[in-house]
Design a protein around this ligand. Sequence first.
Ligand SMILES: [Zn+2]
Ligand SMILES: [Zn+2]
Length: 266
Amino acid sequence: MSQLEIQQHDAKKLAAGYKKSFRLVEILAIVTFWSLCLAIAVKAFPFHHTHPWLLVAALVSGFIFADFVSGFVHWMADTWGSADMPVLGKSLVRPFREHHVDQKAMTHHDYIETNGANCLVSLPVAAGVLFIPLNIEGWVSFSLYSFVTLGSMVFFVMWTNQIHKWSHLTEEQTPMVLKVLQKLHIILPPGHHQLHHSSPYDTYYCITTGWLNWPLAKIGFYRHAERFITAMFGLIPRRDDIGLKAALQIAPLVITEKTTALTQNP
Ligand SMILES: [Zn+2]
Ligand SMILES: [Zn+2]
């Protein structure tokens, strides 16, 4: 991969895309999100006497699902679209583009900038989970499992960016408790995550625990998904992130009329 002509965006321009006016929305999103999480915990709490192991299983399931969601969303943002797109470009794609050209930038972000966007996108799911009824006869175990799994998933999805940020701190900046959690691979270990930051940034997208990175890479999950999207829409994966030339060199292309046209008229 050393001969790849990777062309990335300017880090300063990308960093300037974060508007301070967005902070109020982020603060409101964080407060609302934590309130919804508290409401989910309060609703599930009475079941700790009757269904303790189901609660534990659902919490772990949610933790694992959160890792998958973190990888899937990260893959989407890294692979498709551009930072200039309306709404999603500025809020979702731009931070990921910036992160590839300046890994350390996120370590200077405060709690609000790190977690605001994640809280915002998680709000509808956190609010929706609260509507799951837990008192329908014959369905209590199933609905309780679904309720706690989704609640745990949305909670740990919110933690994703914070955990990701911790994986980019220096040895000296990392508190001992985080070092232990990273060493035990309960949260994303820095060395493991560096596999994603190796050119051409096309694998190991999961950034909560990273547990699913190896199995997803082994089954070629993202390559299959890219082939499918390229065949359907003629889009070239990673075109905006690493430039068309490098993107074409590594793209799992399915040549269709659309991709051929794009390749000839970039
Ligand atoms: Zn990435
Ligand atoms: Zn990273």
